[in-house]
Ligand binder design. Structure first.
Ligand code: DGY
Length: 323
């Protein structure tokens, strides 16, 4: 019987699906991210691993999993897995694309609005009982109409994000490896070089996976190209942006603000970032809707079972594509 190890309990929808499978499974009993050593201790005689984006599935882990056939990530991003090592050993790797697209795109808009209309700051102001009456200049923000939205990466989530903004009257620029005909036809989006996008956009939103090529894609040089009135939104991966350079830009007022759901060294967040008032900070909740998390759980389990049954899992990944 196939032995499966889950590095953490996943939503009931996935556990139920797993229960229908005849294989024997074990769930890591703690409600916290598993460590590399704990993975190694648990993977010895396991054929299927269901893991999370917080889990370091390194070469050491993969080598310890001598009977491992499939690693099913409960996430669309899979930079936590050494895919090359897995591929070398013929171990399948899968992810959960599609099912969290809308949830993540919606959260990117929530961050964008929170920045543009200073929602978090205004809430704090109100709770602190500082609202003494309507004022012509109280908490003025940025209007979206006629502004330029810049997408760094126009894959599934970037596309959904831009399409959801159709009603706001913004112009859309994007940079990607490939032309995006859907965006071009539906909203007249223009594909430009990253440098041009950074110079022209009022709101820049990152939607690229983290790879060797996208690590610090936005560093000091790139951030210096942004308009002083620009906002940066990141719901992809923290390390796509050089966090130190971003903090400097925010501190020196070289950009107006940022909305971040992801960080370079999660779950650690730099004190400097926590102390800034021109940022909105969220705890990596892009896909945190009931629907998305249930579907992610079902998808991850379906991938896992297919792989263990000798079938090609629906969401097989290879070495990540780069921007
Ligand atoms: C993913 O699936 O990669 C997301 O970051 C989870 O929210």
């Amino acid at each position: 019987m196939a032995r499966i190890f889950l590095s953490r309990k996943i939503p009931e929808a996935g556990m139920k699906r797993l229960g229908e499978f005849t294989g024997d499974f074990l769930v890591f009993p703690h409600d916290r991210p598993i460590t590399e050593n704990e993975l190694i201790e648990n993977i010895d005689d396991v054929e299927g691993l269901l893991c999370l984006l917080t889990d370091p599935v390194t070469r050491r882990v993969i080598e310890a999993g001598k009977r491992l056939k499939i690693i099913a990530n409960y996430a669309v991003g899979y930079e936590n897995i050494d895919v090359k090592s897995a591929n070398e050993r013929g171990i399948l790797v899968t992810n959960t694309p599609g099912v969290l697209t809308d949830a993540t795109a919606e959260l990117a808009w929530a961050l964008l609005f929170a920045c543009a209309r200073r929602i978090v700051e205004a809430d704090r102001f109100t709770r602190e009982k500082r609202f003494n009456g309507w004022s012509p200049t109280l908490l003025l923000g940025t209007e979206l109409k006629d502004k330029i939205l810049g997408l760094i990466g126009a894959g599934r989530i970037g596309t959904a994000f831009a399409l959801k903004g159709r009603g706001f009257g913004m112009r859309v620029l994007y940079c990607d490896n490939h032309e995006n005909e859907v965006l071009q036809k539906a909203i007249g989006a223009e594909m430009v070089k990253m440098e041009e996008l950074l110079k022209r956009a009022d709101f820049i939103s990152s939607h690229v996976p983290l790879t060797e090529k996208t690590y610090h894609l936005m560093g000091k040089r790139e951030l210096a190209l942004l308009k002083p009135s620009a906002y940066l939104i990141n719901t992809s991966r923290g390390a796509v942006i050089d966090e130190k350079a971003l903090i400097r830009a925010l501190k020196e007022g070289r950009i107006r603000g940022a909305g971040l759901d992801v960080y370079e060294n999660e779950p650690k967040i730099s004190h400097e970032l926590l102390g800034l008032s021109n940022v909105v900070l969220l705890p990596h909740i892009g896909s945190a809707t009931h629907v998305a998390r249930d579907k992610m759980a079902e998808t991850a389990v379906e991938n896992l079972i297919a792989g263990l049954n000798g079938k090609t899992p629906p969401n097989l990944v290879t070495i990540p594509k780069t921007l």
